[in-house]
Design a binder for this molecule. Sequence first.
Ligand SMILES: Cc1ncc(COP(=O)(O)O)c(C=O)c1O
Length: 345
Amino acid sequence: METVYLDRNENNYGPSPKCLEVLKSATPDLFYMYSTDYKNGYKSALSNRLATEFSITEDRVLLGYGAEDLLKQVVQTYLNRKKKKLLIPDHSWWYYKEIANEVKGKSVEYPIVEGKDSYQYDIDKLMEIYNESNPEVVFLASPNNPTGNSISDEQLTYVLDRMTKSIVVLDEAYWFSNGNEKTTELVNKYSNLIIIRTFSKLYALAGIRIGYALVGSGLKRIKKLSNRYLGYNRLSEKVAIAAMDSFEYYNDISKKMAADRELYFTELSKVENIKVFKSDANFVLVKIPKESISSLKELFVGKGLVIKFMNEEIVNSHLRISLGTQEQNRRVIDAITEFYKTYNS
Ligand SMILES: Cc1ncc(COP(=O)(O)O)c(C=O)c1O
């Protein structure tokens, strides 16, 4: 039985065929020679391409070994071992706290609150904690992991207008829509803003480890510290560009994912005793009775389906299920439905 991994928010639809073509036509120089892109006046053909897509200058596009690396770069640049504060969501990717700890920074949490059928940002509370704590850096995640909710455009401008004394990072690893105008507008308007995205999720390229940051015009230090003088992974750069050239392919996947999320929501909403949350990401969060966790775990192991049983205190009776292919989603939904039919009876 083949194991299906739905626990790390990978994209099981896989990358566009154009990405695989790059590998087939790769020439040896890609492996044995460093990039010479700097001769053209930019870091990399990929940062240059992204700069064109977002209509900003290339020096404001940073590349990293996934969004993971860029988040760490920001924290290492601005938190700086002086017990400075990083403001993060209380429900968030565990990694945020970890990278603050690495530089002896202090994380301060703001709440993401549980609503009727989705989680939400509580902007008043966020601003209250912001004003009290005076953080060096603020992380906003949209959509947020593991809650799946986004910050609305209005909420985002409201907080950005007021967080002028900090570096604000918008982690958009889980953005799944096309259209760059809004992003460009934001990063041009707010000189203290950093928007971070990745090729791992929408583009199904987690294994090539490429993420990028678009930085506000005031952020000189990170631009300098982020420089890699011998260039970037040349093969990954080409694969990422091929993904950007595959608009139709990813547009189709993004539509399928919207339908997948909807299916999870409607089907699991019918199951008594559990609560499924609306999500804008490629995963859904489900709250289940604590007492059912160990037998549900056993059932999933038996079926060769790996999902994430959350263990952080704040979400410890929750499952986070990454969207799979339509067939895989059906298997998970059926397994949960059947399980609770018996459990509830
Ligand atoms: C919220 C969030 N941001 C960023 C990342 C990093 O992704 P990557 O390093 O693959 O770009 C993840 C990974 O799961 C994530 O959950």
